[in-house]
Design a protein around this ligand. Structure first.
Ligand code: ADP
Ligand code: MG
Length: 294
């Protein structure tokens, strides 16, 4: 059974079409990035999953349940983009209060350890830094031991150190076979912290795959070298090559498979290859290309 299914889901806010006929399925145990620029429909999708919004069209299923059933069964945990803590309570009191709302919560000490908060347990919630506040919000999201964890731009307003600690916590939680869906507009986060990247733009699915597949799908990788006066004939026949340019003594081979092209270049030709340079389509250019097209 899939952890998360969107079946032809659309969501209108009046005239605004925030989610446009989105269909996707996520298997249990995966950590998936929902990547898209601001306004792409990430938060709307997460709020639909939580049953905080209702689709205008289509259906959403979580572990075979409707969002309302999944919430009731304690299967979902979430960190939303906004949401304040109760300032009068200590970190420990707040987490304990929330964990008691769930049928089968994690132990308090386990939550504190997973969220990297053991040293801050006695601290009042209004005396926390931005990064520490986000860790408490993460703790509240995992308190009920949810099988599906939804994180909406969880590292916004965190410094580099806090981000590293945050992602380590997320990976520890996911390691128990849980499903994590996190929204981000940071390409590196999607690349580094997910098994799969779902790119959305203007509410539509723009790409879906591993970060490597998405980069390759845009096909922007190239191999270039100093060819000098040597003949360029046949370079277009090397494996993976989609186009060849020769300009001022430099040959540039555009390729969908750098490894195969290089192997062909060295083994299949007698060219003297000097000054070899590889330029990859990074996720950034792939992302820009994808979100521009749609
Ligand atoms: P993201 O989280 O990817 O930045 P959102 O899901 O917040 O995107 O927004 C998607 C689109 O829906 C945007 O065009 C946004 O302006 C619009 N939108 C979001 N919330 C509302 C709302 N409550 N009323 C009207 N339009 C909204
Ligand atoms: Mg958002």
């Amino acid at each position: 059974m899939n952890a998360i299914v969107f079946d032809h889901v659309s969501k209108h806010y009046g005239d605004v079409l925030a989610v446009d006929d989105l269909s996707l399925a996520i298997e249990p145990g995966n950590t998936v990035a929902l990547l898209g620029p601001n306004g792409a429909g990430k938060s709307t999708s997460i709020n639909l999953l939580l049953g905080l919004l209702t689709p205008t069209q289509g259906t959403i299923t979580l572990l075979g349940n409707t969002p309302a059933q999944a919430v009731k069964a304690g299967q979902l945990g979430a960190m939303l983009q906004d949401g304040a803590l109760i300032p009068e309570l200590s970190v420990k009191e707040l987490i304990d209060l929330v964990r008691r709302l769930y049928p089968r919560p994690l132990d308090l000490d386990e939550i504190l350890a997973l969220a990297d908060l053991s040293d801050l347990a006695a601290r009042r919630a209004n005396k926390l830094s931005g990064g520490q506040t986000q860790r408490v919000r993460f703790a509240l999201a995992i308190a009920g031991a949810p099988r599906i964890l939804l994180l909406d731009e969880p590292t916004a307003a965190m410094d580099v150190e806090s981000r590293l600690r945050f992602w380590a916590s997320m990976h520890d939680y996911a390691a128990g076979g849980r499903t994590v869906l996190f929204a981000t507009h940071y390409l590196e986060e999607a690349d580094e912290h997910s098994d799969r990247v779902i790119v959305i733009a203007k509410g539509k699915l723009a790409a879906d795959g591993t970060a490597a597949e998405i980069k390759a799908g845009v096909g922007g990788q190239s191999v270039s070298f100093a060819i000098g006066d040597q003949p360029a004939a046949g370079l277009d026949l090397l494996p993976g090559v989609t186009a060849v340019e020769v300009l001022a003594g430099t040959a540039t081979l555009h390729t969908s498979d750098v490894d195969a092209t290089l192997a062909g270049l060295y083994r299949g030709t007698t060219l003297d290859v000097r000054g070899l340079q590889l330029s990859g389509a990074d996720l950034e250019s792939a992302f820009l290309a994808l979100t521009r097209e749609s």
